[in-house]
Design a binder for this molecule. Structure first.
Ligand code: GLC
Length: 630
C-alpha cells in the first residue's frame, strides 16, 4: 500500500479499534488471535483492487447511497438466468432494460450436487462452482456491473459449511482441532438436551437439529439439512477464518453481502439458539471489520423472524450492525391480505414499520427463493376472532387453490401434519392467478390477475427501502413443476419457484397484448416513477390512511413539497373510497389523469399512485418541524 493508503487504513482501524478489541476480548479473551485478525485486516486492505479502493472513498463520502430511491434490486440464480457468470455478463443489457441496478446472485460457491441446499451448503468459500465459472469471471462481472452502474450482492453463508468442506472432512476424520470448529458429541445426552429447546428449521424435509455420523461415531449439529454442519463461533479460529473468507469475497467486487441465517450463529444449551446476544456482538464486529477494510460493502441481514427480533439487527445509531434487513413481516402480511381481502393487519404492520427510525432501511419484496412462512401478528388477529391454526390452514388452502374463490396455484412447504403448520411456495404470477387464467384461456381472469400482480408490486414499491424483484417476476413467469422429476430437488418444493428464466417470454415484452408484456412494461414504469419522485426516498414521512373499506389500503408519503398517495384494492370488486384530509386535485402518476380524493373509483384489484405538489403553507409547516399527517 502507498503511504497515503496505509494512513487511511490506520485511521479507519483507529476509529473502531477500542470497540472491536473490547468485543473480541469479551467473546474470546484471546489477544494473540486478535492480533492475527488485525494483521489480516491489513493484508486484505492491501490486496483490495485499486478500483474498489476508489469505490470505498466515493461511498465513504456518500454513506447513505443505499437509501436513495433510485435503487431497484433483482435476485437471480446464475444457471437459471444465463447458464454461468459470463452468461450473466452478456445479459447485462437485459438487466438494464428492466431498470434493475442491484443484482443479488444466488449462491454460486463450490457445493456438491445433491447436497447443496440450492448452494447454501458451501464446500469452498474461495472457489466458484465449476459449471458456473471461476473467480476471475466473478471479478469481470463485478467490473462490468460497476461500469453500468449496477451493484452486486452475494451470499455469505456463515452459520454452517457443507459436510464436504475441508474443515468438515478433517473433523470427520477425527482431527480434534477441526472437530472443535463444529459441534461434535459422542454421547447423545447433550444433543437431546438441545432438542428440548431448539425449534426446527426444516421439520419435514430435515427433522431434528443433529445428525448421527456412523463412520466417526459422533453426533454433529445440523440446524438445516444433515449435510450443513453448524459452525462453532465459540472458537475464535472459526470467527477469524470466516472473516477472512468474507473479506476475500468482498475484494472480488461485492457491493452488498447477504449474511445468511444470521440469527442462528450462536448456540447455547437451554435456549432456542436464535438471536442470542453474542450474535449481535459478531454482527457488530463484522460491520466494523467491513468499515475498516472495504467500506463500500454493505451488510444485508437475513433475519426471518418476528418484527421485535428483526429491528435489533440494525443495531443502534452509534453502534450499527446491518445496513439492510428483509422486510419479512410486511411480505407475509401482504400475502395474508391477498387471501383474506382484509388490509387491516397490513395497515397495522406498515404503521409499525413507519414509526421506526429513518436510519433503518429495509429490502422490500414479494417473493424470493424461499417459502412464505406465516409469521403473522396472531395476537392482533385473535382480537378479530381469527386463531392461528385454522388461519394457517385457510392460507394453505387458499394458496394451493383449494379454497372456493381462490385463483392461486402454489404448493406447501414443510407441511407438518401433526401441528397443521405449513409454509407456502409459488411464483407471484402463479399466486396471483396468472397461471390458472393462462391454463384456462380466460382473458378476463388474466386481465384481473395481471392487474393484481402489478398492484402488489406497486404496494411493495411504495414502501421505504429497496424494492427487490425475483427474477422471472418481471415476465409474470409461472411455477416450474419440472423439479419433481429431479431426485435431487423433488423433496424440496421451493424449487417450484426456482425455474429457468423463460427467455421466450422475454422476447415478447414489447407486445402489450401478452401478460409478460403488460407486467414487464408495468413494472418498468413503476420503477421509473420511483426514481423520478423524491417522495419515494428514505427520508420521506410515511403513513397509512383510513379508506373506510377494509379491502382497500392507502399509503401516504411526503417529502420536500411532494405528496404521494398510493391506493390499493385487494378485492375482486371495484371500489369507491373517500380518503381523509387532502383537498385539491391529485395527478395519477401513471395516466396523468386528475383525481380528487372523494369518491375515488378503483377497479377490482387495481391501484393508483397519486401525486400532489404541496402548497406553500404546508411546506412552511413542515419546515417548522410540524407533522402534516398521521
Ligand atoms: C437461508 C436461505 C435458505 C437456506 C438456509 C440455510 O434461510 O435463504 O435458502 O436453506 O438459509 O442455509
Amino acid at each position: 500500500m502507498t503511504k497515503k493508503e496505509t494512513a487511511l487504513f490506520q485511521s479507519r482501524l483507529a476509529r473502531h479499534l477500542d470497540e472491536l478489541r473490547w468485543l473480541y476480548m469479551e467473546l474470546y479473551d484471546n489477544g494473540d488471535m486478535f492480533a492475527e485478525l488485525c494483521d489480516n485486516l491489513y493484508q486484505f486492505a492491501s490486496a483490495r483492487p485499486a478500483a474498489l479502493k476508489k469505490r470505498d472513498l466515493e461511498r465513504e463520502a456518500d454513506p447513505e447511497w443505499y437509501k436513495s430511491n433510485d435503487l431497484t434490486g433483482m435476485m437471480l440464480y446464475i444457471d437459471n438466468f444465463a447458464g454461468n457468470l459470463n452468461g450473466v455478463r452478456e445479459k447485462l443489457p437485459y438487466i438494464e432494460k428492466t431498470g434493475v441496478n442491484l443484482l443479488h446472485l444466488m449462491p454460486f460457491l463450490d457445493t456438491v450436487p445433491g447436497r447443496s441446499d440450492g448452494g447454501y451448503a458451501v464446500a469452498d468459500f474461495r472457489s466458484v462452482r465449476p459449471d458456473l465459472g471461476a473467480m476471475e469471471d466473478l471479478e469481470q462481472l463485478a467490473e462490468a456491473c460497476h461500469k453500468k452502474g449496477v451493484n452486486l450482492c452475494m451470499d455469505f453463508v456463515m452459520n454452517h459449511t457443507s459436510q464436504d468442506h475441508i474443515w468438515a472432512k478433517k473433523a470427520r476424520a477425527g482431527n480434534g482441532e477441526y472437530m472443535s470448529r463444529y459441534f461434535f458429541f459422542a454421547d447423545p445426552a447433550i444433543p437431546q438436551e438441545y432438542e428440548k429447546t431448539v425449534p426446527q428449521a426444516f421439520p419435514t424435509t430435515a427433522p431434528g437439529n443433529f445428525t448421527w455420523l456412523e463412520d466417526c461415531q459422533h453426533w454433529v449439529m445440523t440446524s438445516f439439512y444433515p449435510y450443513q454442519w453448524d459452525l462453532n463461533y465459540r472458537n475464535p479460529r472459526v470467527f477469524n477464518e470466516m472473516m477472512y473468507n468474507f473479506l476475500f469475497l468482498a475484494n472480488k467486487g461485492m457491493d452488498m453481502i447477504r449474511i445468511d441465517a444470521v440469527p442462528y450463529i450462536w448456540k447455547e444449551l437451554g435456549t432456542d439458539c436464535r438471536n442470542l446476544p453474542q450474535v449481535h456482538t459478531i454482527v457488530r464486529m463484522m460491520r466494523m471489520i467491513g468499515e475498516i477494510v472495504c467500506p463500500s460493502v454493505i451488510l444485508l441481514g437475513e433475519v426471518v423472524m418476528e418484527p421485535v427480533k428483526v429491528a435489533p439487527y440494525f443495531g443502534t445509531v452509534e453502534k450499527p450492525e446491518c445496513h439492510l434487513l428483509y422486510n419479512v413481516t410486511t411480505m407475509c402480511t401482504t400475502w395474508h391480505t391477498v387471501a383474506t381481502r382484509d388490509a387491516r393487519l397490513l395497515r397495522k404492520q406498515l404503521d409499525i414499520v413507519n414509526t421506526l427510525p429513518k436510519q433503518y432501511v429495509f429490502l422490500n419484496y414479494l417473493r424470493c427463493h424461499d417459502d412464505i412462512g406465516w409469521g403473522l401478528d396472531y395476537d392482533t388477529l385473535a382480537q378479530w376472532g381469527v386463531s392461528e391454526v385454522p388461519h394457517k390452514k385457510f392460507l394453505s388452502d387458499w394458496f394451493c387453490g383449494r379454497y372456493p374463490g381462490s385463483v392461486s396455484r402454489g404448493e406447501l412447504y414443510n407441511a407438518d401434519p401433526a401441528s397443521g403448520d405449513a409454509r407456502q411456495c409459488g411464483t407471484t404470477a402463479s399466486l396471483c392467478g396468472i397461471e390458472k387464467a393462462g391454463f384456462e384461456g380466460d382473458a378476463d381472469a388474466m386481465e384481473r390477475a395481471v392487474r393484481f400482480d402489478l398492484t402488489l408490486h406497486a404496494m411493495m414499491m411504495m414502501q421505504t427501502g429497496i424494492p427487490l424483484l425475483y427474477s422471472g417476476d418481471e415476465l409474470a413467469q409461472v411455477n416450474d413443476y419440472s423439479y419433481k422429476d429431479d431426485p435431487d430437488k423433488a423433496q424440496d418444493s421451493r424449487y417450484l419457484h426456482r425455474g429457468r428464466l423463460r427467455w421466450d417470454l422475454a422476447e415478447r415484452v414489447s407486445d402489450l397484448s401478452t401478460p409478460e408484456g403488460q407486467v414487464f412494461t408495468g413494472l418498468k414504469a413503476l420503477g421509473k416513477l420511483r426514481r423520478a419522485n423524491p417522495a419515494f426516498g428514505a427520508a420521506a414521512d410515511v403513513w397509512t390512511l383510513d379508506t373506510g373499506d377494509d379491502g382497500v389500503l392507502a399509503i401516504g408519503r411526503y417529502w420536500a413539497g411532494q405528496k404521494l398517495i398510493g391506493v390499493f384494492n385487494f378485492t375482486p370488486e371495484g371500489k369507491t373510497v373517500t380518503l381523509p384530509h387532502d383537498p385539491g386535485a391529485f395527478t395519477d402518476l401513471l395516466s396523468g389523469e386528475k383525481h380528487i380524493l372523494q369518491n375515488l373509483q378503483l377497479p377490482a384489484y387495481g391501484f393508483f399512485y397519486l401525486e400532489q405538489s404541496c402548497c406553500f403553507f404546508d411546506a412552511f409547516r413542515v419546515q417548522r418541524g410540524e407533522k402534516l399527517y398521521n
